[in-house]
Design a protein around this ligand. Structure first.
Ligand code: NZQ
Ligand code: ZN
Length: 391
């Protein structure tokens, strides 16, 4: 296991009607004037926004609001949010929504206290300082409620990049599984896929002897395989939703990723798809993961065979471990299709003729060195081959 530091100070308030504690928690973490940031309207329609406002009012906390965050959140609204916070002297950003709203909130929080362009953070600068952020989560997916990360699409070129810093880890996150019951099945499945990707991207490591985190990841993957179909069949299954919601947080706050090298090539390859075609991140990952895993499998066949046996229940072929490894990838692919995820480029709205453009932005955009690195370093030709496997 590698040396590591792990700092995860988020206060989690989990359970039914937990959103009613929003005001109390903002106060507890020092906020007196809040920016409530939200998306395209689901929180208005469900009545959640009104409940959050009532909670802030009851606690004597002032607020301004900014809605309109789109899935795959854009830089334009971040600039608008930064201006608004400065003008209104906001000292706390409260995200009410999914990963996109949380990521946009984190970007605003970092940008308000920074003199330069907030995009510097999405070009590699570590986030040292930010306004405090809190979240009321409405979808189990991105894990941003417990992560130090934010992903934003730059409208000037339509490419998607991540920023990181412990300063943007939420001070608190409110997780009420009942809030996710209004999600359409497709969006629920996208969330399940993203959570599984966060687990796989940590499982694919070059660090030896990481049994404790291997086993944690396996347990979380098995939970998703058990609970995913139950929630697709019955969207009102609170208990299944609760297990998925907490698994989503644990999958990405890095408690099961510490002390080991990680992959993230599937995420990087997918991010160009959701930036260019505006498909859902989870849907893009459903098509990307099997292709990437098939392409890099020979780098460590035994690791793929291990997840196949321990998680997917495949039998080990000791003579031909690659057969077992492939069976595990196929089991993942079939599972994702069974919960309603797409299986090809065309289903994502992606076009084969765009592959050179995707590869160029992926490998060279924003100062990248002509390749992406992770479990395996992939050059432009590798990435083009992987995109072709998805067609
Ligand atoms: O915008 P509204 O109207 O709220 O609708 C949203 C949106 O259309 C809807 N939705 C959310 N909760 C709902 C609901 N509809 C009905 N009922 C509810 N309870 O779902 C749609 C998708 O929302 P979004 O926030 O985009 O989903 P998700 O949480 O999957 O976030 C995806 C974004 O997170 C990034 C992705 O790249 C993508 O941009 N990621 C962020 C990470 C991080 N910060 O750590 C890591 C991830 O790997 C990921 O890259
Ligand atoms: Zn993700």
């Amino acid at each position: 296991m590698n040396d590591f530091h792990f700092y995860s100070p988020t206060w989690f308030e989990f359970g039914k009607e937990a959103e009613r504690k929003a005001g109390e928690l903002v106060k507890k973490f020092g906020g007196s004037k809040v920016l409530i940031h939200y998306g395209g309207g689901s929180v208005v329609r469900s009545g959640l926004l009104d409940r959050v406002k009532a909670s802030l009012e009851a606690a004597g906390v002032g607020y301004v609001e900014l809605g309109g965050v789109k899935p795959n959140p854009r830089s334009g609204l971040v600039y608008e949010g930064i201006e608004l916070c400065r003008k209104e002297k906001v000292d706390f950003v409260l995200a009410v929504g999914g990963g996109s709203t949380i990521d946009s909130s984190k970007a605003i929080a970092a940008g308000v206290v920074y003199e330069g362009d907030f995009w510097d953070f999405y070009s590699g600068k570590y986030i040292e300082k930010a306004l405090p952020v809190g979240t009321v989560l409405t979808i189990a997916a991105a894990g941003s409620e417990g992560s130090p990360d934010s992903v934003i699409t730059n409208e000037n070129g339509m490419f998607k990049r991540g920023a990181t810093g412990d300063a943007i880890r939420p001070r608190f996150s409110i997780l009420n599984p009942a809030l996710t019951q209004t999600l359409p099945p497709y969006q629920t499945a996208c969330g399940i896929t993203d959570i599984m990707a966060h687990l796989y991207e940590r499982y694919l490591t070059n660090t030896p002897e990481v049994e404790v985190t291997d086993r944690l990841i396996e347990a979380l993957l098995m939970t998703m395989i058990h609970e995913g179909p139950r929630v697709i069949e019955n969207p009102n299954n609170y208990e299944a939703r609760a297990n998925i919601m907490w698994a989503g947080m644990m999958a990405h706050n890095n408690s099961c990723g510490v002390g080991r090298s990680q992959d993230w090539n599937s995420h990087n390859i997918e991010h160009e798809l959701s930036a260019l075609y505006d498909c859902a991140h989870g849907a893009g990952l459903a098509v990307t993961m099997p292709a990437v895993f098939t392409y890099v499998m020979n780098h460590d066949v035994m690791r793929f065979a291990q997840v196949a046996v321990r998680v997917w229940g495949c039998s080990m072929d000791f003579q031909h471990p690659e057969v077992t490894a492939k069976a595990g990838i196929e089991a993942l692919r079939r599972f994702l299709i069974s919960i309603g995820m797409p299986k090809s480029f065309a289903e994502l709205g992606a076009k084969e003729e765009d592959i050179p453009k995707l590869v160029d932005v992926l490998c060279n955009g924003d100062g990248r060195p002509g390749s992406i690195s992770g479990f395996v370093t992939l050059n432009e030709e590798d990435c083009a081959n992987i995109y072709r496997l998805m067609v």
